[in-house]
Ligand binder design. Structure first.
Ligand SMILES: C[S@@+](CC[C@H](N)C(=O)[O-])C[C@H]1O[C@@H](n2cnc3c(N)ncnc32)[C@H](O)[C@@H]1O
Ligand code: SF4
Length: 455
């Protein structure tokens, strides 16, 4: 990427969705009824992607935006496993469990807060109920390197796990102290070595930019150390600062957060650094080695985006199991309750702990296709959208096209008769470029307490 005047683009820093879904989670409501959700589950026939949420963590990382339960009580952890099993039993009565499982993901929280035998118990139980796993299934777990041992790795190996994602965030001790996550480099290196020793083919490392006390130079050091780990993929997330939703974020002195122009500088350097070292940018915040399937998918225009980020496995029905987890299928999103007492109560009464969701209208489906394509492939194939949704793109998206004019004038977007393309610099502002296609944006009108900032 050539040298650009990044300060100029800091004016685009405004609240905006990250588009892991469209419509965004703000549109999820209880209007989407339980019985409707069950109908979707029963009628689905696509392959399955199973997500299991293990929400527990020992202590709070102050930046964390995930759905987490802090505890060190053994009985809470083991009782949750019993509920997961009951939830799986109920689920199995509502969908065809012989459907092929092509993706399985343990997310959290800290899944490896559980002991090896407990992780084994959960995966074995799921496999006993959903027996048809594809031989090429993507089987993955998010791991906090501070909680990871060989016994757990052996369990992952025995169940065919082939991807591990390690949370790092930042290596600078000053930043680590401020975010309440002390994680010396050696701990991460050992965790990565352990996964490699057991043949994990794909190792991802998560970093975050925009954290307190990060500077351009400090993040450069973090990048060099992350590169030393030789990961197959990296996710470099823009810190989503939403203190109105997450209390621990209020502990940060906001004057220590890097300003939008510094963040842009950091991220454009990140792109330069990884592209100069043999990685390719994939989507809004991922980097992969050129031989990685994510990269091959982007070349074929087959990269997809869902709640788990970027994936090559489009078209599967995502089934969420556990507290707060989100499911997704053709025409709907469905989310489990965030409240442990309600979660248990639902299951005790023989119901799924489903709480809210959204049923997509025809308009939602068209916009979903366009926004997800933009977020994944940084372009829109106008003719394909017209063909698949029987619309005239120019007429349907007249307002959006007018709103994109300012990006066109800046050279960030090109629009021609069959394609909309985003330039390299434009990718830094991809959330802003997607927002004109979002029919719900007017409703929030840039309200401060809606989304995190785009830059
Ligand atoms: C659910 S966490 C699980 C990882 C594991 N618990 C750990 O901390 O190592 C997944 C990733 O989300 C990212 N993340 C969490 N909070 C975030 C925030 N507020 N903004 C951006 N990314 C965030 C972090 O990079 C983290 O590694
Ligand atoms: S970042 Fe990971 S370990 Fe830290 S609180 Fe969030 S889920 Fe837990």
């Amino acid at each position: 990427m050539s040298k650009i005047d990044l300060e100029k683009y800091s004016r685009y820093s405004k609240p905006g969705p990250r588009y892991t879904s469209y419509p965004t989670a703000l549109e999820f409501s209880e209007d989407f009824a339980y019985d409707e959700y069950i109908k979707y589950l029963k009628s689905g026939s696509n392959k399955l992607s199973i997500y299991v949420h293990l929400p527990f963590c020992r202590s709070a990382c102050y930046f964390c935006g995930c759905n987490v339960v802090f505890t060190s009580k053994e009985e809470k952890l083991s009782s949750y496993i019993e509920y997961l099993k009951k939830e799986i039993d109920i689920l199995a009565t509502h969908l065809d469990t012989s459907r092929e499982v092509i993706q399985f993901h343990f997310g959290g929280g800290t899944p490896t807060f559980y002991k090896a035998f407990e992780l084994d118990e959960i995966v074995s139980y799921i496999k006993s109920k959903f027996p048809n796993w594809s031989s090429s299934a993507e089987i993955s777990c998010e791991i906090d390197p501070r909680f990871f041992n060989e016994e757990q790795m052996k369990v992952f190996e025995s169940h065919g796990f082939n991807r591990i994602s390690f949370g790092v965030q930042d290596f600078d001790p000053k930043v680590q102290k401020e975010i309440h996550r002390i994680q010396p480099y050696d701990i991460t290196q050992k965790a990565v070595d352990l996964a490699r020793e057991y043949g994990i083919e794909s190792i991802n490392v998560d970093l975050i930019y925009g954290l307190p006390y990060q500077t351009f130079n400090s993040f450069k050091e973090t990048l060099a150390l992350a590169y030393k780990l030789n990961p197959d993929r990296l996710a470099v997330f823009n810190y989503a600062h939403v203190p109105w939703l997450k209390k621990t974020m209020r502990k940060f002195d906001e004057t220590t957060l890097p300003t939008p122009d510094v963040k842009l500088e950091i991220f454009s350097h990140t792109i330069e650094f990884f592209e100069g070292n043999g990685y390719r940018m994939v989507g809004m915040d991922h980097f992969a080695k050129p031989e990685d399937e994510l990269f091959t998918a982007i070349q074929k225009g087959e990269l997809h985006r869902n709640f788990q980020g970027y994936t090559t496995k489009g078209g599967a029905n995502l089934v969420g199991i556990g507290l707060t987890s989100i499911g997704e299928g053709v025409g709907y999103y469905a989310q489990n309750t965030k409240d442990m007492a309600k979660y248990e109560e639902a299951i005790d009464s023989g119901r799924l702990p489903f709480e809210r969701g959204v049923k997509l209208t025809d308009d939602d489906m068209i916009r979903q296709a366009v926004i997800m394509e933009l977020m994944a492939n940084f372009s829109i194939d106008i003719k394909r959208v017209e063909r698949e949704h029987s619309i005239s793109f120019g007429e349907y998206f007249g307002d959006a096209l007018s709103a994109l004019e300012e990006f066109v004038a800046e050279g960030l977007v090109t629009i021609d008769s069959d394609k909309i393309s985003v330039s390299d610099t434009g990718t830094l502002l991809i959330r802003n470029i997607a927002m004109p296609f979002d029919a719900y944006m007017d409703k929030y009108g840039g309200a401060k307490k809606s989304f995190s900032k785009t830059v």
